[in-house]
Design a protein around this ligand. Structure first.
Ligand code: ADP
Length: 400
């Protein structure tokens, strides 16, 4: 199937054209500056995308569109075929992801406007974490906050975790449903997830992607009283949002948010850069130790995403702190790893350490093809693809 994968932001439309049989990436691009004179809205951006795609299509038809949607709230536990009601549900979840969900809905409507009969699928970043037990998702605050405002842990990077869980279990020859692991997705946004029996049972991001690890420009975990303290001194919500989401993390500690620059600075003797790296690795190692307990004994520690795949130095800095768990790195394997799934620990390591490249677009394309294919079969038998996908109970709608 030819699947167009769309990641729609407020001012950009990123896309990839994927062949789900050959796993080829046929085209990719990013239409930027939505809201400008040249590209006034998402429909205009989609027209640019269509023109850019033409040379790669050679006259072939796109079979389906898969959208990355950040927030699926409590409703969505997997990918769903999109209809009007689903688009409205994505919009209704906007208070939980004010920058992302409205943009996703605009992307969906732009496709609908230009290609009214195109099957579209939504793949949610939160869905993989719908298996969190209440002990992990609930905050110890009055129930009203949860009931009225949906304040709880949701978790993110779920599409990546689902994909990497399958690949890591496959590499070790362990059936996914028996696989316990701790997976660290370390990109500009970074999180870590506890996998038990192939499912997410805890994750470091929370109500928003601000919680947990030290990230490029986000603080990660911090005592919430700091916010109250600052508010009493006149800071408003916008300032606090900027402070913790855009001015903190590695940037605040070292003056740089990009791992490559921080590592270069540390290499040249910058003490601030070295402290930033140590602090980020320490935070991550604490989570890995905690999640090893949470999953009842991990059978792998897995690194993925930009830093996880491409920074042997940061992996080394983190794994060094895991010595008490009997984990030891194979230096040569660690330095060599990156493009393919690989084991980077010694044969004597109590728990194998893996590098597994993530591919969220591939995961979205495959989920889209599966759902659209299944709906198509159902439509032949029962006359309605949408009804068929929902009737078989695997439509991605959470039980509540
Ligand atoms: P995003 O969260 O935006 O998808 P990525 O997964 O692409 O981010 O990861 C971006 C991070 O990966 C940046 O901090 C970048 O510095 C880091 N990174 C990319 N390549 C390397 C490299 N060769 N060595 C160290 N860090 C790298």
């Amino acid at each position: 199937m030819l699947v167009l994968v769309i990641n729609s932001g407020s001012s950009s439309l990123k896309y990839q054209l994927r062949d789900t049989e050959t796993h080829d990436l046929l085209a990719k691009g990013n239409v930027e500056r939505i809201g400008s004179e040249q590209v006034p809205d998402h429909a205009a951006a989609f027209d640019v995308l269509r023109r850019e795609l033409e040379p790669a299509l050679h006259g072939q038809q796109i079979d389906a569109v898969g959208h990355r949607v950040v927030h699926g709230g409590e409703r969505f536990s997997g990918p769903v075929l999109i209809d009007n009601e689903i688009t409205r549900a994505i919009e209704r979840l906007s208070p939980l992801a004010p920058l992302h969900n409205p943009a996703s809905a605009m992307g969906i409507r732009a496709v609908e406007k230009r290609w009214p009969r195109m099957p579209q699928v939504a793949v949610f970043d939160t869905a993989f974490h719908r298996t969190l037990p209440e002990t992990a998702w609930r905050y110890a605050v009055p129930d009203d906050l949860y009931r009225r405002h949906g304040i709880r842990r949701y978790g993110f990077h779920g599409t990546s975790y689902g994909y990497v869980t399958g690949k890591a279990a496959g590499l070790l020859g362990i059936p996914v449903e028996e696989f316990n692991a701790v997976i660290a997705h370390l990109g500009n946004g970074a999180s870590v997830t506890a996998i038990r029996h192939g499912r997410s049972i805890d994750t470091s991001m929370g109500f928003t992607p601000l919680a947990g690890l030290v990230m490029g420009t986000r603080s990660g975990d911090i005592d919430p009283s700091v916010l109250i303290f600052l508010q009493r001194r006149g800071w408003d919500a916008e300032q606090l949002d900027d402070l913790l989401n855009r001015e903190s993390g590695l940037l605040a500690l070292s003056g740089e948010s990009d791992m490559r620059n921080i590592e270069a600075a540390a290499g040249e003797g910058s003490e601030r850069a070295a402290l930033a790296l140590d602090l980020a690795a320490y935070r991550l190692a604490k989570y890995i130790g905690g999640y090893h307990v949470a999953v009842g004994g991990a059978r792998a520690v897995v690194f993925t995403a930009g830093i996880g795949e491409r920074s042997p130095a940061f992996r080394e800095r983190t794994v060094r702190l895991l010595g008490p768990l009997g984990i030891t790195l194979d230096d040569a394997a660690n330095r060599a790893a990156g493009s393919e799934p690989a084991v980077i620990s010694t044969s004597g390591s109590a728990i194998p350490v893996l590098v597994v490249p993530t591919d969220e677009e591939e995961a979205i394309a495959l989920a889209t093809a599966e759902l659209v294919g299944r709906a198509g079969e159902g439509a032949d038998e029962r006359g309605s693809g949408q009804a068929a996908a929902q009737a078989d109970g695997r439509s991605g709608e959470g039980a509540g």
